[in-house]
Design a protein around this ligand. Structure first.
Ligand SMILES: *Cc1c(COP(=O)(O)O)cnc(C)c1O
Length: 357
């Protein structure tokens, strides 16, 4: 059988080009060739959004996306700092959990998983609590496919002189991120979502000024130490060399295909194709297009999830369940990875075959 196509939000279906990069020579991470690899990845990561390396550091880490988020929160909120987390899904809740585990003074502005962030409530909280130094929020809340108003939140943080720490794990490379606001301080992301690498490498894009006041709470996830070592063509620990090979190739492919604008346009077209095709079959989206990411959409289940999942798996497509209480009512389709319109047309045909006639 052909390889299954992954319609879950990472790991993604690899291109042959990225898959083949995993077969490059075994490499010691204390050799010059490794540091060339690391340098190229760091430079290309900043290049995705045209960021100046004098102002920003792309800090590469070995771990999944959560490691990048944890490194960002645990390193950048100082001991005397106070964090406000804006939650409307699983990944916002995870940031609160991380803050609590590290003993970071933390408060939350929480919305229903199906609701947008409440910026007016965030403003009121910032007015009422001048001790807040940092705000954390998720850009694309993968729980529901909602694209949160991160750029508006960055403007609000800038107005109050607080630092915004963003989980852009499922949006980096595919959605517009306005790094220019002074409050926008860091974005955590991973190799194996919109950049189309393999799991094992993740990164934080962080303002160099913020690293100067960083105070790490752990040895391994000390963002400032990783950044310092990488600036000096070093690495503190053994990195996932093969995942770095794949990320470098994925970033080269990203650039060859036209960069951020082209990736966003490709995703927009694929997500629209799936949404339109499902609408014809009577399958309704959870959110209107205007509130959705281009990366993933959640839909109301037309049949039992197991029937839909297993039926599509038998035809070579892996879809994704809803999380928590949404598991019984929703399913999700991500269109990241090496996928094209012909794949989506075939998917829609298979969905039609599984619906009651
Ligand atoms: C995938 C994802 C993560 C990280 O998940 P890992 O399994 O640790 O890679 C974090 N935040 C968001 C929004 C995600 O979609």
């Amino acid at each position: 059988m052909n390889r299954p196509l992954l319609l879950n939000p990472g790991p993604v279906t690899l291109s042959e080009r990225v898959r083949n990069s995993l077969l490059l020579p075994d490499l010691c991470h204390r050799e010059g060739e490794f540091f060339d690899l690391q340098d190229e990845i760091r430079e290309r990561l900043l290049g995705v959004y045209g960021l100046d390396p004098a102002t920003w550091s792309a800090v590469l880490l070995t771990g999944s996306g959560t490691a990048a988020v944890e490194a960002m929160l645990s390193s950048l909120v100082p001991a005397e700092g106070r964090l406000l987390v804006v939650e409307n899904g699983v990944y916002g809740e995870r940031m609160t959990n991380i803050a609590q585990r590290h003993g970071i003074a933390c408060e939350v502005v929480r919305q229903e998983w199906t609701a947008p962030m409440d910026l007016a409530a965030v403003r009121r909280r910032l007015q009422a609590q001048p001790a807040i130094t940092h705000v954390a929020a998720v850009h694309h809340e993968t729980t529901t496919g909602r694209l949160n108003a991160l750029n508006e939140l960055a403007a609000l943080c800038s107005e109050f002189g607080v630092a915004l720490l963003a989980d852009t794990v499922s949006s980096f490379g595919a959605e517009a991120i306005d790094f220019s606001r002074p409050g926008f301080t860091a974005a955590a992301a991973t190799a194996n979502k919109c950049l189309h690498g393999v799991p094992g490498a993740c990164f934080v894009i962080v303002r160099r000024a913020a690293l100067k006041t960083a105070s790490a709470r752990t040895l391994y996830l000390d963002l400032a130490a990783w950044s310092r070592a990488q600036d000096q063509r070093g690495t503190p620990f053994t990195p996932s060399v093969h995942a770095y090979y794949a990320l470098r190739e994925a970033l080269r492919e990203f650039a060859d295909e036209g960069g951020f604008a082209a990736r966003q346009a490709k995703y927009t077209a694929l997500a629209g194709q799936v949404a339109d095709g499902l609408a014809v079959l009577g399958v309704k989206p959870l959110l209107p297009t205007a509130e959705s990411s281009v990366v993933l959409r959640a839909y109301h289940l037309p049949v039992d999830y197991a029937r839909l999942h297993d039926g599509l798996k038998a035809k070579g497509f892996i879809i994704y369940a809803g999380q928590g209480a949404l598991a019984s009512t929703l399913f999700r389709i991500s269109t990241m990875g090496a996928l094209g319109p012909a794949d989506m047309a075939r998917l829609l045909g298979e969905v039609r075959n599984l619906l009651p006639t």
